[in-house]
Design a binder for this molecule. Structure first.
Ligand code: FCB
Length: 473
């Protein structure tokens, strides 16, 4: 007999959700006037994506979105986090609005609200219009301004029903993985450019917060950051220093300024020789630190940081990610099929660290957490059930023991989908997708979660998209 874990008690009004992102699920990249994104172009670059795959078809959710809404309703979640594709709305990045692209999200939002599912809309989940990349992409400040214009357009159209907005998803990945490591679109390997990108993403975030609030005064606005506690791989001074550098690069480069504290001391030293940071302007920090309604946290794993001696580092410091740290495997720690250490308590530590570091921390949602298998047909996914339950137990403990005001958890992902440079092999879904046919098959984890969720009173969106449970908090 298999004993299934139970979901832990969560604070009143807790929002249960599932998440996806446009380029990973929609397909239909050339339909209804959509412009090209940096991912369309990057996927054509030889060797960029495993198996030369792309999001051209993906889960075909642009056509099958009704099926996806039914799956969400069957799952019994309160909320759905999805992203809007900027190049569908503004194919050239700015200028003319493409109404058919906006109509798609309008219909999706209506269908969600009809089912009582509260939309959490991410505005930027990595699919920059290629037209803007051609003009410098996130290296240039103009892109921040275009982002705020785009945010205003979407909030103007959907803001009567959507209340919860996420400006950016994981600016660390957009900037560092995209512009320094080159593993993600646009595939650049630069130092200065990547740091400028990180800054302009945050400036764009600050401008978008204001634009969304102006377009929709009832909006609740946040940002999603990928946070990973960095722990020293060995008990040495060098590894402790490496963990501190990793913490600065991955976490505090983003959390400190977004939560109003400006860039952390030590960051400039970290980047000395990579960039003169001349892209920073007066007034930027106030904009970036605009108080938020919530913080979104994506947690996947802890980083075990091992020092790389100076003489072995990239002498050109071409990559802003070369700060002399090597993620080290850890004996006795199980890993996912992607090699990511499975350490649920890392989610507790992430939340506890936020609460400890930032006295004015806004409410927090875990906006992503999930596990991938690489074998197709793995539908009796007991390992995923235990992964989710373990992480939720850790999150519940953080909510009980620290000052963190934890408001929700979104599993990544509702569906198997296009996992960026890794292509379609990693499968994160509660629902299996057969890519040749688009057929969706709920896994055991979906059935377990839906059973667990059906036991509680629904606190999800009303037709107006407002979470009843959270009202008045
Ligand atoms: C996160 C991304 C998301 C997905 C998961 C596995 O970094 O935000 O799109 O790819 O990783």
């Amino acid at each position: 007999m298999t004993i299934f874990p139970e979901l832990p008690e969560m604070p009143a009004g807790f929002v249960w959700g599932a998440a996806t992102a446009a380029y990973q699920i929609e397909g239909a990249v050339a339909e209804d006037g959509r412009g090209e994104s940096i991912w369309d172009v990057f996927c054509r670059r030889p060797g960029a994506v495993a198996g030369a795959e792309s999001g051209a078809v993906a889960c075909d959710s642009y056509h099958r979105w009704r099926d996806d809404v039914e799956l969400l309703a069957g799952l019994g979640v309160d909320a759905y986090r999805f992203s809007v594709a900027w190049p569908r709305v503004l194919p050239a990045g700015g200028g003319a609005i493409n109404q058919p692209g906006l109509d798609h999200y309008d219909r999706l939002v209506d269908a969600l609200c009809e089912r009582g599912i509260r939309p959490f809309v991410t505005l930027y989940h990595w699919d920059l219009p290629q037209a803007l990349e051609d003009r410098g992409g996130w290296r240039v400040r103009d892109t921040s301004e275009r982002f705020a214009d785009y945010a205003a357009v979407v909030a103007g159209r959907l803001g009567d029903r959507v209340r919860d907005w996420i400006t950016l998803n994981e600016p660390y990945c957009s900037a560092i993985v995209g512009y320094a490591e080159g593993r993600h679109a646009p595939g650049a390997t630069e130092g200065h450019g990547a740091l400028a990108a990180a800054h302009h993403l945050l400036v764009g975030h600050g401008q978008a917060v204001a634009a969304i609030r102006a377009a929709s005064p009832r909006a609740r606005v946040g940002i999603t950051l990928n946070l990973s506690p960095a722990v020293p791989a060995g008990d040495t001074e060098a590894d402790r220093a490496a963990a501190d550098r990793m913490d600065l690069l991955v976490n505090r480069q983003f959390t400190d300024p977004v939560l109003g504290g400006g860039y952390p001391a030590g960051l400039e030293q970290l980047f000395a020789g990579v960039s003169d940071l001349s892209f920073r302007r007066d007034g930027d920090l106030a904009l970036i630190g605009t108080p938020l309604d919530f913080l979104g946290v994506n947690y996947y794993y802890r980083i075990h940081a091992a020092d790389v001696p100076v003489e072995q580092r990239d002498p050109a410091l071409r990559s802003a990610s070369d700060i002399g740290v090597r993620p080290a495997p850890r004996d006795g720690v199980p890993t996912t099929d992607l090699g990511w250490p499975i350490e649920p308590w890392g989610l507790h530590d992430t939340l506890a660290e936020l609460a400890g570091r930032y006295p004015a921390l806004p409410p927090v949602y875990v906006t992503e957490n999930g596990v991938a298998q690489v074998s197709d047909g793995h539908t009796e996914d007991l390992d995923r059930i235990h992964f989710i339950a373990g992480h939720l137990a850790a999150a519940a403990r953080a909510a009980a023991e620290t000052t963190v005001d934890l408001r929700g958890y979104f599993y990544w992902s509702l569906l198997d989908n296009f996992e960026w440079a890794r292509g379609y092999a990693p499968r994160f879904g509660l629902v299996h997708v057969d890519y040749p046919t688009g057929t969706r098959t709920p896994r055991a984890s979906y059935r377990w979660l839906s059973e667990q969720l059906s036991g509680r009173t629904r606190i999800g969106g009303t037709p107006a998209g407002v979470g009843r449970g959270e009202e008045g908090r």
